[in-house]
Write a protein that binds this ligand. Structure first.
Ligand code: TPP
Ligand code: MG
Length: 323
C-alpha cells in the first residue's frame, strides 16, 4: 500500500512534532532552573518516531509507549497539561502525582498501557492485549516500543517468538538511538541492524530512518494494517540518536561530539520543516505560526501544572492494589 500524506496531514504532523520538541525544551529548562521534581527523559531526536506512530494508530488500537514516546501520548489525547502536571508530581497529573515521571502514565480510556519501568516488560503485556484482540476476532492492533538496550534482554526474544508463533496483531517499534544509558550498541551486540533479529523468528523486520517522519509513518502504517488484516506481527527498527543524556542528570560526556554533530545535521523537526517549505506545502510564516501555537500551549501547560495542588497525603493508599 502507498501511505502518502496530504498537505493538511503533513501540517498536522508538523504541529505535533513542534509541540513535542517545545515540550522537551521547556521541560529541560525547567529542571535546570530547579523547578523540576522527578526524573525527566529527553525526547530530543525521537520526535519523528513518536509522532508518526501516534498518527498511524487508530483510536481502537492499544499502545504501550516507553519513556521517549511523548508524541504518541499526546496524539492519543494525553494533554500537555496532564503530562507536565505529572512531571511536577501534581494531583492533576496522569498518575495523580504518584510518579513524577512518564512511568506508569497509562490511561486505558485513551488506549494507553502505562509504561512499565522494568525493561522490556511492556512487550509481553502488549502481546497479551494483541492476543485478546485475536481471540475476540476484533480488528485491532497492539503496538509497543522497545529500545536498543531493551532488545538485549531475554524477554524481548521470548515475546517476539511468541507473537510470531501465534500470528498476533502486534507491532514492535525498536527505537535504536545508539545508546542504552552509557552503553553503545556496539558494546551490546555484534549485530548492527537490530531488525535482522526479526528473521530469526520468521517475521518481517524493516529498517527505517527514524528522523524522517514520513518514512516512519509509511513503514509503521504498513505494519499496523498488515497486522490488522491478519498478516501477523512485524518489527520496525527506527534508527535515530538520543541527543541528550539518558535522563536530565546525565551530561552524556561519554558520547563522541562528532556523532552528535552528525545527527544534529539530520534533526527530525528542522528537516521536516525544510522539506515542507521546499516542496511547497507551506511557507516559513505558516510554520512560525504553528510554532507559536505550540509554544503557547506548552506555556499554558506549565502554568497549569505549577498552579495545581500536590496530592493530599491522606489519599496515598488510593490505587494501591496490594498491602
Ligand atoms: C530490567 C531493567 N534494568 C535496568 C533498568 C534501568 N534502565 C532504565 S532505562 C535504561 C536504558 C534503556 O536503554 P534503551 O532500551 O536503549 O532505551 P533508551 O533509554 O535509549 O531510549 C536502563 C538500563 C530498567 N529500567 N530495567
Ligand atoms: Mg537506546
Amino acid at each position: 500500500m502507498n501511505y502518502t500524506l496530504t498537505a493538511e496531514q503533513k501540517l498536522e504532523i508538523y504541529y505535533w512534532m513542534t509541540l513535542t520538541r517545545t515540550f522537551d525544551e521547556r521541560m529541560v529548562n525547567l529542571y535546570r532552573q530547579g523547578r523540576g521534581l522527578g526524573g525527566a527523559f529527553s525526547q530530543r531526536g525521537h520526535e519523528a518516531i513518536s509522532v508518526a506512530v501516534g498518527y498511524a494508530l487508530e483510536p481502537e488500537d492499544i499502545v504501550a509507549p516507553m519513556h521517549r514516546d511523548l508524541g504518541t501520548y499526546m496524539l492519543r489525547g494525553t494533554t500537555p497539561r496532564r503530562v507536565f502536571a505529572n512531571l511536577l508530581g501534581r494531583e492533576t497529573g496522569i498518575t495523580r502525582g504518584r510518579d513524577a515521571n512518564l512511568h506508569g502514565a497509562g490511561d486505558m480510556s485513551l488506549g494507553i498501557i502505562g509504561f512499565i519501568s522494568h525493561l522490556p516488560l511492556s512487550l509481553p503485556v502488549a502481546l497479551g492485549a494483541a492476543m485478546s484482540f485475536r481471540y475476540r476476532n476484533e480488528p485491532r492492533v497492539a503496538l509497543t516500543f522497545c529500545g536498543d538496550g531493551s532488545a538485549s534482554a531475554g524477554l524481548f526474544h521470548e515475546t517476539v517468538n511468541m507473537a510470531a508463533l501465534y500470528n498476533a496483531p502486534y507491532v514492535l517499534i525498536l527505537e535504536n538511538n545508539q545508546y542504552a544509558y552509557s552503553t553503545p550498541v556496539s558494546k551490546q551486540t555484534r549485530v548492527t541492524d537490530l531488525a535482522e533479529r526479526a528473521g530469526g523468528y520468521g517475521i518481517p523486520g524493516v529498517i527505517v530512518d527514524g528522523n524522517d517522519v514520513e518514512a516512519v509513518y509509511a513503514a509503521v502504517k504498513e505494519a499496523i494494517e498488515q497486522a490488522r488484516a491478519g498478516g501477523g506481527p512485524s518489527l520496525v527498527e527506527t534508527k535515530t540518536m538520543r541527543m541528550l543524556g539518558h535522563a536530565i542528570h546525565d551530561g552524556a560526556e561519554y558520547v563522541p561530539r562528532e556523532l552528535l554533530a552528525e545527527w544534529e545535521a539530520k534533526d527530525p523537526v528542522v528537516r521536516f520543516a525544510q522539506k515542507l517549505v521546499e516542496s511547497g506545502v507551506t511557507d516559513r510564516d505558516e510554520l512560525d505560526e504553528i510554532d507559536h501555537r505550540a509554544a503557547a500551549e506548552i506555556e499554558d501547560a506549565i502554568d497549569y501544572a505549577e498552579a495545581s495542588p500536590f496530592p493530599d497525603p491522606a489519599t496515598v493508599e488510593e490505587g494501591v492494589y496490594a498491602e
